[in-house]
Ligand binder design. Structure first.
Ligand SMILES: Cc1ncc(COP(=O)(O)O)c(C=O)c1O
Length: 372
């Protein structure tokens, strides 16, 4: 699905020298590269404050901690989604309120938001799934109307740009009160281990999140808040500084690979290629198809037999997971999300895909679909 080895080989001299410089100084924790990376990412994303942390899940947790919500406060979160958002909501003794997603772009279905509101609703967490922004204009209008915080999960869409109806363009993570991301190795901007960051335009929130990520201390051994220990390693920051220089090229390579798949698969009966939203560009963290003929799992198994990797993100909605059954959801409550969990399949998508590899992949997909 990804080829991090070839990417490393291509960038090896730059990466090795940046990481070796950290090793030579042994400044492994909070070395200067961490701050430099944060500043460079602020500039790249046009976001006032980037607070580095240990991973994307911590970023979500620290974001919610910073909002200082009362126990039981309700947080709206998409049902068809990675688990991290729901997990941190529940861990902080807040209540995840799952919401339906829309079929074409996989974002929160903004037409249904009013129906989930209660006096306890405090936050909405749009997730920019697969590399495209959720419908943020509608999310922001809804949040403003009902006085909600907006926390964007940008783990799959770093650098994606959203265009508002008045023509204003903003980057994913800069539109809500807080944005969060992950530098998990396979992400568009990935490190060599775990890493994450939190974004905000608000200086006060940024300061609170810095304190929270550092054991709640503003000054050494003075604990003002109950915090966590969540740091981005200097080695990872040094590597990320190198990779950030290549992020535009990484996205261009992903888009080129997506265009190849599009052309080859657009007319295959039983497949829906990724639709592009008018309001967001697409940075193709995943290239996700919907299978409307035969069974998605049959396609997946047949591809596997041909040596073609594929993945299902995600095979089950969060509201139906055992861990979340205590919240009273049942099958049928979110028909779109539940249907997507049965029909989506993602093909290999990364910066090093060759046309030969893609030709083999699409030939395999076409052959299987013709036989289904
Ligand atoms: C949408 C989304 N949110 C959050 C995360 C969590 O990031 P991490 O694995 O760095 O904790 C991920 C990672 O897969 C993700 O895809």
């Amino acid at each position: 699905m990804v080829d991090l080895v070839t990417q490393y080989q291509r960038l090896k001299p730059e990466i090795d020298s940046a990481m070796q410089a950290v090793i030579n100084k042994a400044a492994f924790i909070s070395g200067p590269e961490v701050k430099l990376f944060a500043t460079e990412l602020e500039q790249y994303l046009n976001i006032n404050h980037v607070v580095p942390c240990a991973n994307g899940t911590d970023a979500l947790q620290i974001a919610l901690m910073a909002l200082n919500l009362p126990e039981g406060a309700e947080v709206l979160v998409p049902c068809f989604n990675y688990v991290a958002t729901a997990e941190v909501i529940a861990l902080l003794k807040l209540k995840p309120v799952f919401v339906e997603v829309e079929e074409q772009f996989y974002g929160i279905d903004v037409t249904k938001l009013e129906s989930y509101l209660t006096p306890n609703t405090k936050v909405i967490m749009p997730v920019h799934l697969f590399g495209q922004c959720a419908n943020m204009e509608a999310v922001l209008a809804f949040a403003q109307k009902h006085n909600l915080y907006v926390v964007e999960d940008v783990a799959q869409a770093i650098g994606a740009k959203y265009t508002f109806s008045d023509g204003t363009v903003k980057t994913a993570g800069s539109m809500g009160h807080i944005g969060t991301t992950s530098f998990f190795p396979s992400k568009n901007l990935g490190c060599m281990g775990d890493g994450g960051a939190i974004f905000t335009m608000d200086a006060e929130l940024a300061q609170t999140m810095r304190v929270l990520a550092n054991h709640g201390q503003k000054q050494k051994y003075q604990y003002e808040l109950i915090g966590v220990n969540s740091r981005l390693d200097t080695l990872q920051a040094a590597l990320l500084r190198v990779k950030l220089q290549h992020l535009d090229d990484f996205v261009a390579r992903r888009r080129k690979a997506a265009a190849y798949y599009d052309t080859a698969l657009a007319n295959v009966e039983g497949l829906i290629i990724p639709k592009r939203a008018s309001f967001s560009d697409h940075v193709f963290h995943q290239y996700t198809l919907q299978v409307t003929k035969g069974s998605r799992d049959a396609l997946k198994n047949a591809l596997e037999a041909k040596g073609i990797p594929s993945m299902v993100y995600y095979p089950g909605c969060l509201h139906l997971q055992v861990a979340y059954c205590g919240y009273g959801y049942s099958e049928g409550m979110f028909p779109v999300g539940e249907q997507l969990a049965k029909t989506v399949i993602s093909l290999p998508m990364h910066t090093e895909l060759t046309e030969e590899q893609q030709a083999y992949i699409v030939a395999g997909v076409k052959e299987v679909m013709a036989a289904i």
